[in-house]
Design a protein around this ligand. Structure first.
Ligand code: SAH
Length: 221
């Protein structure tokens, strides 16, 4: 848990206009996104658009997701505070920080070392001590720490990666974008209930590709 932050009028405005006025009803998600200083996670040259209603480039062809999409995916995880959460695609570390506010502990995997290092630095500066980071192909999950109560993937997979489903605890929820990363993708919500796995299709979206053994090949770009 991070020490309480000073009030952040830009984050409050973002939550009001982009989340409350849409369909983000989870009060804990709204509070977490008021509390996490998003401007610290965007590159210094993009600080003025940190709270805008769109993704922002973070280098290496990657983006920090639009605030609404972070909120929508986080809300779909139905976090109550005691969950162990696996995140694939640390990127800037912003969603990692939001998750860290809302659950017991986060394990987050990023394949690009320089992004992982930058995220680690910012999360440490903020005092997020319930986060573990790894630089690896996250499409294989984090088997040593499985099972996870929740798993979220912030890059688009060609199909639901089997290793992630197998690392999902009973009553667990997995949220990820699935589809051709150049064209149509949709958010998919996978649940494991009494051993049975169900798959629900949700809204359309657009994410960078998940690249790895259970994702797209590295050459497919
Ligand atoms: N939640 C992040 C989104 C970053 S974009 C944010 O808001 O900042 C998606 C990230 O997924 C990119 O940083 C990309 O490098 C990473 N990624 C893609 N394939 C991956 C894989 N197989 N394992 C781990 N990270 C991956």
């Amino acid at each position: 848990m991070r020490p309480p932050a000073a009030r952040n009028p830009e984050a409050e405005r973002m939550v009001h206009l982009q989340l409350e006025q849409r369909d983000i009803t989870d009060q804990r998600v709204r509070a977490a996104m008021r509390a996490v200083p998003r401007h610290l996670f965007v590159p210094p040259g993009s600080r003025s658009s940190a709270y805008d209603d769109h993704p922002v480039s973070i280098g290496r062809g990657q983006t920090i997701s639009q605030p609404y999409m972070v909120a929508l995916m986080t809300q779909a995880l139905e976090l109550r505070g005691r969950e162990r959460v696996l995140e694939i695609g640390t990127g800037s570390g912003y969603q990692t920080a939001v998750l860290a506010e809302l659950c017991a502990a986060v394990w987050s995997v990023e394949r690009i070392p320089e992004l992982a290092e930058r995220a680690a630095r910012i999360l440490a500066e903020l005092g997020d001590d319930n986060v573990a980071l790894r630089t690896a192909d996250g499409s294989a999950g984090w088997p040593e720490e499985a099972p996870f109560d929740r798993i979220v993937v912030t890059a688009a997979a060609p199909s639901v990666p089997a290793p992630l489903v197998s690392q999902l605890a009973d009553n667990g929820v997995l949220v990820l974008p699935v589809g051709d990363w150049r064209r149509a993708q949709e958010l998919v919500i996978v649940r494991r209930t009494a051993g049975a796995v169900s798959v629900e299709r949700s809204v359309g979206c657009r994410f960078v590709p998940l690249i790895g053994s259970a994702g797209f090949p590295d050459t497919d770009r």
